[in-house]
Structure formats: C-alpha cells, structure tokens
Design a protein around this ligand. Structure first.
Ligand SMILES: [Zn+2]
Length: 190
C-alpha cells in the first residue's frame, strides 16, 4: 500500500487537472489555491484514516486495509463530504464537485491496487460489503513500505520506497499539469 507521499502528490496533481486554470502561470495559480491543493491531497489520503485506531494499540496495521478501502466507502465518503460542502458553500459544491471528490477517493484505491503489499491481509476489499474478496493487481508498480509500528515509519528501509514514491508522485503531478496546460492551449486555439 502506498504512503501519503504518493497519494498526496497524485491528489494535488488530479486537483490541478480537474480544477486548475491552465491559462495562468503555474506557481501564481498554485499559491492562490494552496488550500484546494492541500484539501485534494488530504482527500486522496483519507481512506488511510484507518491507521489511526491502530495508533492506540501500537500496531498501525491493526485495522488497516479494511472497509475504508472499498468502492462503497469511497462513494459514501464522497457523497457525505459533498453534501456537507453544499450546506456550507452551495455555489462551490455544484454537481461537478461530487465527481472531483469521488475521483480523489477512488484514486487512493487504484494506487493501492498497484502497490506491493508486504503483509497479510494482502490486497484491498474493493467490493465490500458485497464481497470479502481482497483484490490486488497482478503487477506491483510501487514498492511496499514498512509501517507496522510508529518506529518502523522512520526505519532506513523506507528510504528507497519513499524516494521512489516521491519521484513517481512528482512525475504523475507533472503529467497532470502538462495535460491540463496542453488541453487549455488547444482549447484556446480552436
Ligand atoms: Zn490505503
């Protein structure tokens, strides 16, 4: 399962692709929209909130990779956040925002599916509660990192997988930026 490094960068990149303004200079847009980028990064990490109950037990994986790593939970979370957002700021949380939140939540599941899983239970319960079957892509594109305990998070073993995630995450975000700015240029030329 990927760490918040890759999930967060992927979320911020997707936010730019979905809601960024490709006609503005990149950094001035990002400076003005830091809140949006941070919220998107946080949303893309949200299914990993299931690490938190494990904090009290000293075993981060105690309830990890369970219900929050399913399509049903991603849909329920997106709907709940969107409804709360609509009550708060109805002009910003229009129908399209629901799609954005849903994409950020499901990006987490897609990324975890293609990340190596170093400990049982292997894979994620994508179809829960309809099925208990755990799903994992046949090929792992990202390496596993050590996270069974708090002290493991800082272990030297994590330097390599987290460096790979950082590089891959930056490349993914750069791809989102390139796609959005290219699309904006093409649209302006029409
Ligand atoms: Zn996860």
């Amino acid at each position: 399962m990927a760490s918040p490094v890759f999930h967060g960068l992927a979320g911020a990149g997707l936010a730019y692709a979905m809601a960024g303004d490709g006609s503005l200079p990149l950094f001035s847009w990002a400076r003005k929209n830091l809140g949006l980028l941070a919220a998107a990064a946080g949303l893309a990490c949200l299914p990993d909130a299931d690490y938190l109950p494990g904090l009290w037990r000293g075993a981060l994986n105690a309830v990890h990779q369970q219900a929050t790593h399913s399509l049903a939970w991603a849909g329920a979370m997106a709907a709940g956040l969107w409804l709360a957002g609509r009550a708060w700021r109805p002009t910003q949380f229009v129908g399209r925002a629901l799609g954005y939140i849903l994409l950020l939540a499901t990006s987490h599941l897609a990324i975890d599916l293609v990340t190596a899983d170093g400990s049982a239970p292997y894979g994620i319960p994508l179809w829960a509660p309809l099925s208990d079957v755990r799903v994992q892509a046949p090929v792992a594109l990202l390496p596993a990192w050590d996270k069974a305990t708090l002290s493991e998070l800082w272990s030297g073993n994590n330097a390599r997988p987290l460096a790979i995630e950082l590089g891959a995450g930056l490349a993914f975000a750069a791809g989102c930026i390139w796609a959005k700015r290219g699309w904006t240029r093409r649209k302006a030329a029409l």
